[in-house]
Design a protein around this ligand. Structure first.
Ligand code: GSN
Length: 218
């Protein structure tokens, strides 16, 4: 039997959390090798395990994969979480890239000076991104975002909705279809399990966690 994917990263969300989500959604068990210090990171570099001297790194199918998007693309393709043809995949790429733009804003927020306001992120979420997905759901009237089939777009949209709700709990108040969608996707058994306490899902990055990350990476 193939060994479980092994995730090498800091003990926080950062650029690894979406990989945790995708693997969990696909029902794939994985192991984590946590990088706890600058020395742990230096050792990985010295061992030649990091192609560009950076993490996330995931050992999977005999590869040591780096670059978070490459990792996500591989997992999505391997577990059939992409579109069924080129055009569905193109649409999904557009959705997923926008979701990652928003996710990155939220993910980096604890590392930015206090003058980068949460209100700016909330404004972007509610005026640029969520209206698009609300309209997509309204126009096609289907359960899932693309192709009437569960995909990485659903996993990643749910992830970013939950991150946005951590900033503003009622952020979906003007988006009734997204609210219902959030409930549906959260109830998919693998995702439901990932949302339970004790799963591999990491907590929001607070000031303490951000300081720990800065010690390892800078
Ligand atoms: O998406 C990616 O995986 C890359 N384009 C960026 C990865 C990256 O910036 N890694 C940093 C840690 S911060 N975020 O995960 C990293 O490994 N820094 C250590 C170093 O020596 O550069």
């Amino acid at each position: 039997m193939a060994s479980k994917p092994r995730l090498h990263y800091f003990d926080g969300r950062g650029r690894m959390e979406t990989t945790r989500w995708l693997l969990a959604a696909a029902g794939v068990e994985f192991e984590e090798q946590l990088i706890k210090s600058k020395e742990d990171l230096e050792k990985l570099k010295k061992d030649g395990a990091l192609l560009f001297q950076q993490v996330p790194m995931v050992e999977i199918d005999g590869m040591k994969m780096v670059q978070s998007r490459a990792i996500l693309n591989y997992i999505a393709a391997k577990y059939n979480l992409c579109g069924k043809d080129l055009k569905e995949k193109a649409l999904m790429d557009m959705y997923v890239e926008s979701i990652m733009d928003l996710g990155e804003m939220i993910m980096l927020h604890p590392f930015k000076p206090a003058d980068v306001k949460e209100t700016v992120i909330i404004e972007k979420a509610t005026t640029r991104y969520f209206p698009v997905f609300e309209k997509v759901l309204k126009d096609h009237g289907q359960e899932y975002l693309v192709g009437n089939k569960f995909s990485r777009a659903d996993v990643q949209l749910l992830e970013v909705i939950l991150m946005a709700e951590e900033l503003k709990p009622d952020i979906l108040s003007g988006f009734p279809l997204l609210k219902a969608y959030k409930g549906r996707i959260s109830n998919i058994p693998t995702i439901k399990k990932f949302l339970q306490p004790g799963s591999a899902r990491k907590p929001p990055t607070d000031e303490k966690k951000a300081a720990e990350a800065m010690k390892v990476f800078h």
